[in-house]
Write a protein that binds this ligand. Structure first.
Ligand SMILES: [Zn+2]
Length: 115
């Protein structure tokens, strides 16, 4: 995967996560009808119910995903993007296309999840 494509994908993902986080934390004060429609969001009530139900756990998940995306963007700057952080082997393009923020190849990912 080339760096430009990865940067575009990661930046878009980052924007989405930041938006979700802000929404979850109630930082989007009255986004207004236009933006709600543009984003295809449900009603405010639905969003609040979702936030209440999922609460902290969802916040942490989003923050963790955001951290992963930030790490991936930093690896692009470092020139190490697409290299597994554990074994140093290239991460297959297919995996990066599906998950641009991947820090590990499949093997190392499954090992790290088993830890
Ligand atoms: Zn690996």
């Amino acid at each position: 995967m080339d760096v430009d494509t990865a940067t575009t994908a990661l930046t878009a993902e980052r924007d989405r996560l930041l938006h979700d986080l802000a929404q979850l934390r109630g930082e989007l004060v009255d986004p207004g009808r236009d933006s709600a429609e543009r984003l295809g969001a449900g009603s405010d009530a639905a969003v609040e119910t979702l936030a209440d139900e999922l609460g902290e756990g969802m916040d942490e998940d989003l923050q963790a995903s955001l951290d992963e995306v930030d790490e991936a963007l930093r690896r692009i700057t470092d020139g190490t993007f697409g290299i597994c952080v554990d074994c140093g082997q290239p991460i297959p393009d297919k995996r990066l296309e599906a998950l641009p923020a991947s820090a590990r190849c499949m093997d190392c990912q499954s090992k790290s999840e088993r830890r």
